[in-house]
Write a protein that binds this ligand. Sequence first.
Ligand code: SF4
Length: 564
Amino acid sequence: MSGKLLIIGFGPGSFEHITKRAREAIGESEVIIGYNTYVDLIAGLLTEQQVVRTGMTEEVSRAQEAVRQAKQGKKVAVISSGDAGVYGMAGLVYEVLMEQGWTRENGVQVEVIPGISAVHSAGSLLGAPIMHDSCTISLSDHLTPWELIAKRVEAAGMADFVIALYNPRSGRRTRQIVETQRILLKHRSPSTPVGIVKSAYRDREHVVVTTLADMLNHDIGMLTTIIIGNSATKLYDGLMITPRGYQRKYTLGAETQPLKPHQRLKSEAEPWALEQLDGQDLNESLEEFDEEDELMDAEVIESKEPSQLKSSPNLSPSNSLQLAMEALQLVSKGTEEVSFEFDNKLTATQSIFEFAVSPGIANKKLTAAQLCALGEIVGDRGDIEYSPHHQLIVRVQTNNPNQITSDLSALGLLLSPIGDVAQIKACDFCNLEKGESIPYAEAIHHRIGNLEVPKELKIGFNGCGMACYGAVQQDIGIVYRKEKFDLFLGGKTVGRNAHAAQPVAEGIAPEELVDLVGRIVERYQKEGHPNERFHKFFKRVKEIEGYRHQEMVGFVIENAICGD
Ligand code: SF4
């Protein structure tokens, strides 16, 4: 029995923008597989189908499950918002099929049903910004190296593409959009129009038209698509319009055109065409065109006959190759990253240095001198963000991060990298008065603090059984009590179904604690899957250091669209 995979892009999320074929395909499917929020968005179209919903970052298991069920003979719909072939599920499903030796002739049927991608939804709300050559760039570096993304941004900026940015910022990925703006400002005017569209055609739709210089002063998040105009994009009455070039040949406000229809496709009427460039340096040609555009903007074209238009010599193939090589060199130079050692673990790019800073493992008080030093280092262009993890997040443009780290360390501040690293979150030990266990917290920090792990890992450490700093809510919790330690593993620290960690041991001898915690974290580092949170790792491996995982009491939570 042959099954079928229907890979469906359902557009921005409003019913009016779901295509007829997408609705039909959802209706004829026996199984619907999708990310929780997407299933919620199409809930009104569901009837009797079996629904398989999973969380974010579980795309691979969704694709595998879809293939598995289709092979059993079922009609399976895999849903993506936007277009399934644009950062959606289509490519991944095909990749899973390819892994299994699938062929079009002998395997399950596959139909990819197109949808309206975010770039087009956002473009329509902004006016007509994508009227000319454009590209989409995802700023998510979860699957793509940042170095490659930066090169693409550089190349797109240099080549004057209208650029749509997907995944511009998330709670943890905050530097990428800042770096992207910096790269683009090398190639575009600060006044370049920029559109920021959040939740296009959904309930909380929000549209902002701003400029390249000002864009970071607006709300940008996971549900945002950003469209950056090219050098010709104009603002008009709150809209972004990118001229396609009609004004080069036409006078848009006149009924009678300077070029008659039979003249418009003649080569002399297109001095900018490839055939018209004869061995001329491209830069000169472009400068010439800029001047020409200005003249035409002033509607001087009205007085020109085709024969009066300036023709340009040809661009030879050898020149094209040379120019392409030069452009590539410029791109690689422009994004060259200079790496800096940070506590032997963190590297930072030449432009923006981001790190976490705190007064210490146990100390929670900043001095005036420390605050002054931070303020001076950050200046007007950097920023300091107060995080929920007993740290300040600092972002600063610099060519010399080593100087910053040594200056701040000399003032007694504790600096840490940001991202998927192990972090000790200790209490203040009652203003350091209940300080007997502080040396153990510091020893754990020295052993595994800032260690790179599959996903950010918080180790709560509290100095008495009150556990008032919430150690038991963390991935790993340690509570000092009666001169010994209690250990908790696998807290789910975020989400609507967050839960405390599982108590696994009481009365651990102090001399055993540091090595024990070290071994737990090091095993997670070695055996955890990329992006796998510690509580999921514990559940998967079932046992760590002899401590067995136990299922937490389940809660039934009503499905609801994630607050966006
Ligand atoms: S956990 Fe205990 S030692 Fe730490 S701050 Fe709270 S009461 Fe004080």
